[in-house]
Design a binder for this molecule. Sequence first.
Ligand code: SF4
Ligand code: SF4
Length: 363
Amino acid sequence: MAEKIYYSSMAYSRYEASGTLPAKFERMLNKYGPGERLNGKKVAIKMHVGEGITYSTIPPVFVRTLVDYVKKCGGEPFITDHYVYRRHPERRGYTPENLGCPVLDDCSITGKYYYEKAVNYKNFKHCDIAGLIHDADFFIDFSHVKGHGVCGYGGACKNIAMGCVTDRTRRELHSLEGGIVWDADKCIHCKKCIEACNHEANKFCEKTGVYRVNYHNCTLCRHCEKVCPVGAISLDTHNYTDFQEGMAICTKTVLDTFLPENRFFINLLIAITALCDCWGMTTPSLVPDIGIVSGYDIVAVEAASLDLIKIEDLIAAGVPSNITLGDSGHLFERLHGKNPYIQLDKLAAVGLGTREYETVEVK
Ligand code: SF4
Ligand code: SF4
């Protein structure tokens, strides 16, 4: 059965503030938000506070709109992320004064406040749920949509899986990255694989001489494999899907600490850049700003968000000049070589929702 998602477009018909996105967002919340379900609850609003000189994270005006809405409904909101204390959120306007509520580190500033849950997916064994997320009564996942080098796409799932857990869990998830296998015994160190890589994704470690791949840059184009004269590089069955599947399992484990009626997902589709906000920089947008998608089914919200990002709308300046896009799949797959729908299929497989959605537009 199709799940409803709520959508407001950037498109406007007149020069009036009421016709622009923050005003539409407020109308969306008032009409379709959780309303009285927030009453009397501690409400965790999980967002990414950015890093370095990033300026493409969620603008404070949208955060303030959400915080004011939660308060109006009788909830007690707080903004949360990991490493808040060292990311200088104030540089992007994320202060309690501007946002109207505390801005807190989800595992505390020690990084040691968490609840451990056992999982069993390859190297991913510990899902350490951030203490403040776990202790909240209601969870709002407020995500900035963008690309991601390792999984193609970063949205609601990634905001939870990499942001509501400890360093140990992030390490275990990152250990699922990969796919390329190098055989040291076969390698004759001709360096053809390095020359063949158009993405500066591979190198030989200067100290150990071991072949290394940076999966943020690697598009799994397999040029390195194809040029190797001795067959020293191959792609194993543990390919790039493991990281996405691990993130989906992590997301399920975190969300299981909330009743389904105590979860709400909002994806902001503006400043859609190639890489994650944690890179500490902002590159040009890949497509024109699109709008906001929200709903109570994370899979439907993610599916609608991805579907709204179309290759036909590509702004060439958003793609680094040394990269040639692939010729098939979603824009993020052409850019990063990873099918972004894999994480959605795994989210659906673990019972978090459906890719089938019906759009309700809020004007
Ligand atoms: S698969 Fe392609 S992008 Fe990845 S390291 Fe090899 S040549 Fe570079
Ligand atoms: S192309 Fe093959 S043999 Fe040459 S350096 Fe790379 S892995 Fe080694």
